[in-house]
Design a protein around this ligand. Structure first.
Ligand code: ZN
Length: 537
């Protein structure tokens, strides 16, 4: 028995690196790939065996390199699970990587240099310590002992067979770092290629709009329509929608003029997919396809001058929408998380667009809204909610065992919403001040929501919780039939294009009959992937 226990320790020691490789990924959230990766890494044990029987340092060096590669790979793949509870190949991750320039990558490494160095030093130390112990204690006799025990011999053969199977079967082999990362590179390149396709998409949009456009009221000559595409705002955190913090004091003052829908749902939890559905004819379930029709093309065909005023730096959206507009202004030179440009930077360009004497204008503002990092999304004057607030929100988060880190994120998030509230009110006021117009409209929609400790101890884009999708829709237009807050009517923001076209008096002559958000009898028809947060992405 004594020998058996010793043999067990030896086997465990030999298998340890593979257990770490697979275990890390399993622990982070990917059981099947973790198991596969563990077995794919197991041939590394051969180097250890060769090093022990031949007592050569070169085998140890190969073993060190082998395990460094596998551990680093496993750590990298686990990181998206740890940070976003998401697969590395999730659309929003690919999207983020494809939209990241070399400069940004370099900046990212500089920003996180200390953590990255700490992780790498830890990894290298672990490898060296392991191999030092192996070099000192693992001898040829140990391997012989194992092989002479029937029990352990059976185990070794079993493990070898499983490893071989993993290498022979394609789905498992695809998990191997070399195959995985070269496929990954290909995916990112495909993503970038699609961007060049956008020119063709634009031609298709133009053709459809020219063929199908009907203008319902040609007497309205001077029209200005403002569409604010905000970012990552969930209506769950709007004071107007019943949130216990008053995050919307400015919009509340204007509630008799505006209409607010609290129960609106975005078709996708990430920017590109959501905006593609919002601004084109696609249904929510086809967020990854191009639609042959877009509201932008209908507006252009009807003689509108289109402004794309953006505080987001995104290669994909700029090429799909920005480059289609007559005038595009970009105020942000850094993408997503790393950006720090405040949305107020759009106001001067907006004022200029309003002053443009062009009779028909569609002004689209693409804000950074409340995109992570939340604390970069508002100026100091809006630092209103903090850990010291000690209010109902803080209590609830504490009661739900939400981590102090996420609680502080919620405070930043709510401050960012407070800031958005003031900006939206300014944008609306400036439009209402434009008097000599036949018709004006103002529509605000957030591309998607964010989870900030609502259901999970997590903050950010969220494919699997309701807060990832629930957004506000805010409307104002001349002679609007109803105003006030609607907290109950579920609406689908995928229908933004149809609703805005209807307000603008534009029609697609082949469009099937449909109801609009402000209709008495608006009918919410769930799409096939509804409720979105219950379908795995
Ligand atoms: Zn977004």
């Amino acid at each position: 028995m004594k020998v058996t226990l010793k043999n067990f320790n030896i086997l465990l020691f030999i298998l340890l690196p593979a257990l770490i490789t697979g275990g890390l990924l399993i622990f982070s959230g990917n059981l099947s790939d973790g198991l596969r990766l563990g077995f794919l890494s197991l041939p590394g044990a051969i180097f250890l065996y060769l090093a022990a029987i031949q007592n050569k340092k070169s085998w140890y060096i190969l073993s060190i390199i082998w395990w460094l590669i596998f551990w680093f790979d496993s750590l990298l793949r686990s990181s998206t699970w740890i940070l976003f509870s998401s697969d590395n190949e999730a659309y929003f991750i690919i999207e983020a990587i494809a939209n990241t320039s070399y400069t940004e990558t370099w900046e990212f490494f500089q920003l996180h240099a200390i953590s990255i160095i700490a992780v790498l030093v830890g990894l290298v130390s672990l490898t060296i310590v392991y191999h030092y112990i192996a070099f000192k204690y693992l001898k040829t006799e140990n391997f012989k002992q194992l092989w002479h025990s029937h029990f352990y011999r059976a185990w070794i053969i079993f493990l070898v067979l499983l490893t071989l199977t993993c290498y022979l079967m394609k789905p498992s082999r695809n998990v191997h770092p070399i195959v995985f990362w070269s496929n990954y590179q290909e995916k990112i390149e495909n993503f970038r290629d699609r961007i060049t396709k956008h020119k063709d998409v634009h031609h298709q949009w133009d053709r459809s709009a020219k063929q199908n456009l009907i203008v319902s009221d040609p007497t309205r000559q001077k029209q200005t329509h403002v569409l604010v595409l905000s970012e990552s705002i969930t209506s769950l955190d709007l004071g107007l929608c019943g949130y216990t913090r008053d995050t919307t004091p400015e919009l509340s003052k204007r509630i008799n003029q505006i209409k607010v829908f609290c129960n609106a749902f975005s078709p996708s939890p990430s920017t590109i997919n959501a905006l593609r559905v919002l601004l084109t004819e696609s249904p929510a379930s086809e967020h990854d396809r191009y639609s042959p029709e877009s509201i932008l093309a209908y507006a252009k065909a009807a003689g509108y001058k289109i402004y794309w005023l953006s505080n987001q730096d995104d290669i994909y959206l700029s090429s799909l929408f920005g480059s289609y507009a007559d005038k595009a202004v970009y105020k942000n030179t850094r993408s997503g998380r790393s950006s720090s440009s405040l949305d107020e930077n759009l106001i001067p360009a907006y004022v200029q667009a309003l002053a443009d004497p062009e009779p028909k204008k569609l002004i689209i503002l693409h804000m950074i809204g409340t995109h992570p990092n939340y604390k970069e999304r508002y100026p100091a004057a809006f630092n209103n909610f903090s850990a010291d607030s000690n209010d109902a929100v803080e209590m609830l988060l504490k009661k739900n065992d939400i981590d102090p880190w996420i609680r502080s994120m919620r405070n930043h998030y709510d401050n960012a919403i407070l800031y958005q509230d003031s900006l939206l009110a300014q944008i609306l006021d400036k439009l209402i001040a434009e008097k000599n117009q036949d018709f004006r409209s103002f529509t605000v929609v957030s591309d998607h929501g964010n989870e900030v400790g609502h259901e999970m101890d997590y903050a950010g884009h969220s494919p699997n919780t309701k807060a990832g999708y629930q957004v506000p829709v805010i409307m104002w237009y001349d002679h609007m039939p109803s105003t006030g807050v609607d907290r109950t009517q579920t609406i689908n923001t995928a229908e933004l294009d149809n609703n805005l076209m209807q307000i603008m008096g534009l029609k697609d002559k082949y469009a099937p009959p449909q109801s609009y958000w402000l209709d008495q009898n608006y009918h919410f028809s769930p799409e096939i992937n509804w409720p979105y947060w219950e379908k795995k992405h």
